[in-house]
Design a protein around this ligand. Structure first.
Ligand code: SF4
Length: 523
């Protein structure tokens, strides 16, 4: 074989070598019993057709590549945002291996999370014994100040009761009575990762405050609470801190995993780093109010904050793009009584300047987009501000309320008025959409790279390049450190979009003496 210790090759050049090519051809011929190339091409072509799209959209009982993850994945991210807190999932070990590897691949960081490894016997007799041992071991080994517990499908199907199990674990001495153990049931067969985040946050808010509300008074600590929701751009936590500090506003960012998911390589492993303290959570009802940064996904949190903390939650949108960042900052200014400082006004001006500089390249460019509900609202709004067109908007985890909001939003922009909105659909549907009504670009997570490959396989003129914004991004490095919220986020997204458009133009006009009339040095 062509691999040798003197010349180690990665898979890409290696598998192109003749001996590997011959081996793969023999394997195909002897074992795969595949169809001939002509038949494969014929079926492939059919899957790109309008006829196939109709059949694809008639599909009812099968999901292919769902464009969402399950609830406990969101609950784990939420738990990571609290100081010295260990995420603990009551259920199967394989699920937790999946959550950890999902986050490892996205953040390129180790992610601490334990499971109590329920197996067949626990599925029959209940998982209380697993929880006793699991909590005891987790505390002894990893010494957290708090353990936040959520559940996998398995625990939910058999109906395990977290409140009772954790209470019994304390009564029987497996863990101390005073160890903070917020919990949330996170059944994966409903909702998605964003619901799981919401459930876990509400569980934590409830655990730390519901029995201590007598001495609380709205506004007494003078702060504004910010609740991020399921957020994987670490820059978004940092930009919130920066904007609040520049405004001189007293605030609490309730849940912040930006340190533990971005620890330095200095020879010391940190299982816990940064995060919102329990004291800050306990003090949260004393704030003037709570602003939800992704209000559409924080339904349970909103209900709790309004019902128990008695906060009047302002009706804001995700602070993405120009207009909705303005709205957010003006609301913060109104509540806090602090002026929006010159530094932020300047930053806004810079974003406007960038939008003006790039608008000739972005105006009229069409996009098909998918992702989580709040993010899609923000992205659509920003694309409108840039003069772009939107052809398809797909949220597997959207709902009727979200669809209504999105319908109202797309009606506001000439470039989005004809956008199709798809709720509860998956990436195999999305593939049909971009084949039958081609956009210039797709915006989504890493999974759509296979759709780009498929569109290119049909022919260069059908290729729909993918712009990677969202979660998860496994196949490009460090994008999660960027920012998508605030004016700073607008700058990052705008730079990403316009430079992809210019890169594509270069690609399309690179042939020497033939198409290089568009291969310009200055744009
Ligand atoms: S959907 Fe259920 S079984 Fe699958 S990873 Fe999530 S919790 Fe585990």
């Amino acid at each position: 074989m062509s691999q040798s210790v003197e010349d180690i090759k990665a898979g890409f050049p290696l598998f192109g070598d003749k001996d590997y090519q011959d081996m793969m051809a023999r394997k195909r011929e002897m074992f795969e019993e595949g169809h001939d190339a002509e038949k494969v091409k014929e079926v492939f072509e059919w899957t790109t057709s309008e006829e196939y799209k109709e059949l694809n959209f008639a599909r009812k009982t099968l999901t292919i590549n769902p464009a969402k993850a399950c609830q406990p994945l969101g609950s784990v991210l939420c738990a990571l945002g609290f100081e010295n807190t260990l995420p603990y999932v009551h259920g199967s070990q394989g699920c937790v291996a999946y959550f950890r590897s999902y986050f490892n691949r996205h953040f390129k960081e180790p992610v601490a999370c334990v499971s109590d490894s329920m197996t067949e016997d626990a599925a029959v007799f209940g998982g209380q014994k697993n929880m006793f041992d699991g909590l005891q071991n987790a505390l002894a080994l990893y010494k957290p100040d708090a353990i936040m517990v959520s559940t996998t499908c398995m625990a939910e199907v058999i109906g395990d009761d977290l409140n009772a199990f954790i209470g019994n674990a304390k009564k029987e001495g497996y863990i101390p009575e005073d160890l903070p153990t917020p919990f949330a049931h996170t059944p994966s067969f409903v909702g998605s990762h964003v619901t799981g985040w919401d459930n876990m946050f509400e569980g934590a808010a409830r655990y730390f405050t519901i029995k201590e509300m007598e001495d609380k008074e709205v506004g007494s600590n003078g702060k504004i609470n910010l609740v991020p929701g399921f957020e994987t751009y670490l820059g978004n936590y940092r930009v919130m801190h920066r904007m609040m500090q520049e405004m001189g506003v007293d605030y609490s960012l309730l849940c912040d995993p930006s340190e533990v998911l971005d620890t330095p390589a200095d020879g010391e492993y940190r299982m816990y780093a940064g995060g919102t303290s329990i004291a800050e959570m306990k003090d949260a009802p004393n704030a003037k109010t709570t602003i939800l940064l992704q209000p559409d996904q924080l339904v349970k949190t909103k209900k709790f904050v309004e019902g128990t903390w008695k906060h009047e939650v302002p009706a804001t949108s995700i602070p993405m793009g120009l207009d909705w960042t303005d709205e957010f900052l003006m609301k913060v200014s109104e509540i806090s009584g602090k002026e929006i400082p010159e530094s932020l006004a300047k930053e806004r001006g810079r974003l406007v300047d960038m939008m003006t500089d790039s608008h000739t390249w972005l105006h009229g460019v069409s996009f098909s987009i998918y992702g989580d509900p709040d993010y899609l609202l923000g992205l659509t709004k920003f694309l409108q501000e840039l003069g772009c067109e939107v052809k398809h908007i797909l949220a597997n985890n959207g709902n009727k309320r979200w669809r209504k909001k999105m319908e109202k939003l797309i009606a506001e922009g000439p470039g989005t008025a004809n956008a199709e909105i798809h709720v509860g659909k998956d990436l195999w549907h999305f593939r049909s959409l971009v084949f039958t009504n081609k956009p210039d670009f797709m915006i989504g997570n890493s999974y759509a790279k296979f759709i780009q490959r498929d569109t290119k396989a049909k022919g260069d003129e059908f290729e729909v390049p993918l712009i990677r914004l969202g979660f998860p991004i496994f196949d490009r490095h460090h994008l999660h450190r960027n920012t998508t919220l605030g004016y700073e986020g607008g700058m990052y997204m705008l730079t990403t979009l316009v430079n992809t458009v210019l890169e594509k133009l270069d690609d399309d006009t690179r042939q020497m003496g033939k198409t290089d009339y568009g291969h310009d040095l200055v744009r």
